[in-house]
Design a binder for this molecule. Structure first.
Ligand SMILES: Nc1ncnc2c1ncn2[C@@H]1O[C@H](COP(=O)(O)OP(=O)(O)O)[C@@H](O)[C@H]1O
Ligand SMILES: [Mg+2]
Length: 366
């Protein structure tokens, strides 16, 4: 048991002062008495005073110190994770008892919260495992389908080549070719999503990566009236995997082109440094995204397009997260959409990269 002189002294001091005052009064009142009688009386009074102090100390120890020590022991237990700790003085009918009840209530609430969190965690874990198994299954299936499909694509190409120019089957064969390419595209995207390649993150010029991507994207517009502007700015080297960032920005640009219908399109891509991040914005004046859809656009397989896969944005988000960055979106219907990607400028990104390379070493190869 530790000794706490502070509160004891404070409790005893007023009593001692009263007793001393009593002694002084005693001096005055007993001035007339014989010295030996006075001495005797003084002894008795001092003894009484000591007894009062002792009783007071014992009472204080029992009423205050013991519960406080118990409380500090229980707090220690709680901080070590024992949420079944309870104090025994909670049924006392005073302030100390109320303190005890509050403490017990608080610990019970903490315990309920922890149990609830554990329950949610377990549900999510088993859901994640389930999804991972499904993902593996889908990826395996895609892998199996891809080879025979290439065979079919090759055979149809030969058929198309050998078909007379006037044959009525020509449109059908070309439709088959088109659809086969589409299925191949979906399978490739699905495999990319399910079995990502290891990232190769290293400091490089982000302006160059983005400029290449913009040039690549321009080839997808063909003759549509869309103006794609690129606004670079001098920034320090950014730790990134150029190929992956290219895929990420290309996804955003293709979505932007697809969102522009029946009007002259303007798509702007700019690069800046903001708050220790390299920021890339992709803005379009397309159809915008309804608030209802906005909640879901990063979910795998969410698409509003007849021929969409719904994998572009979820893949993009994963690329951003692998770089330790963030992706945000703002959109107004009929006005346009803005995606803001932020990648860390400093050493943190390289650290993340180390973790990623390390993590990926253990993942299965495609
Ligand atoms: N720039 C944009 N403008 C309007 N809608 C967009 C834009 N980018 C994404 N979206 C919406 O988000 C959905 C999901 O996009 P994505 O994951 O790339 O899949 P997909 O393009 O195959 O539909 C799209 O179907 C579309 O509804
Ligand atoms: Mg897309």
């Amino acid at each position: 048991m530790r000794f706490h002189p502070g509160w004891r002294l404070k409790a005893i001091l007023p009593v001692a002062i009263v007793l001393l005052a009593g002694l002084a009064a005693f001096e005055v009142v007993t001035l007339e008495l014989e010295a030996s009688e006075r001495f005797q009386l003084l002894g008795v009074a001092a003894g009484g005073a000591l007894a009062v102090c002792a009783v007071l100390l014992v009472a204080l120890a029992a009423l205050i110190q013991r519960p406080l020590l118990e409380l500090s022991k229980k707090i220690e237990q709680v901080s070590q994770g024992d949420l079944y700790a309870r104090v025994s003085f909670s049924d006392r009918d005073d302030d100390i008892g109320r303190l005890g009840r509050n403490f017990n209530d608080m610990v019970r609430q903490l315990r309920d919260g922890r149990d609830e969190l554990q329950r949610i965690h377990q549900t999510q874990m088993s859901r994640a495992e389930h999804l991972a198994t499904l993902g593996e299954l889908a990826a395996g299936l895609a892998h199996e389908v891809r080879n025979p499909l290439s065979g079919i694509a090759g055979a149809v190409d030969i058929l198309a080549r050998d078909l007379p120019a006037t044959s009525s089957s020509r449109p059908i064969v070309s439709e088959v070719q088109h659809e086969v390419r589409r299925i191949q595209g979906i399978l490739n995207e699905l495999l990319d999503y399910a079995r990502p390649k290891p990232f190769d993150i290293r400091p490089a010029d982000l302006n160059i990566t983005i400029e290449h991507t913009v040039q690549l994207a321009r080839q997808h517009i063909a003759s549509r009236p869309i103006d794609v502007r690129f606004e670079p700015s001098p920034i320090p080297p950014v730790a990134h995997d150029p190929l992956q960032v290219q895929r990420l920005i290309l996804n955003l640009l293709l979505n932007a082109f697809q969102a522009i219908k029946d009007k002259d399109g303007l798509v702007t891509v700019d690069v800046q440094t903001v708050d220790g991040f390299a920021q890339v914005r992709v803005r379009d004046n397309g159809s915008g995204i309804s608030p209802d859809h906005l909640r879901n656009i990063f979910r795998p397989f969410f698409t509003t397009k007849r021929r969409g896969t719904g994998l572009g944005l979820s893949l993009s988000r994963r690329i951003v997260e692998q770089h330790g960055g963030t992706i945000d979106v703002r959109s107004s219907q009929d006005i346009g959409t803005e995606f803001v990607v932020r990648l860390p400028l400093a050493a943190a990104a390289l650290e993340t990269a180390g973790v990623i390379r390390h993590g990926k070493d253990q993942s299965p190869d495609r």
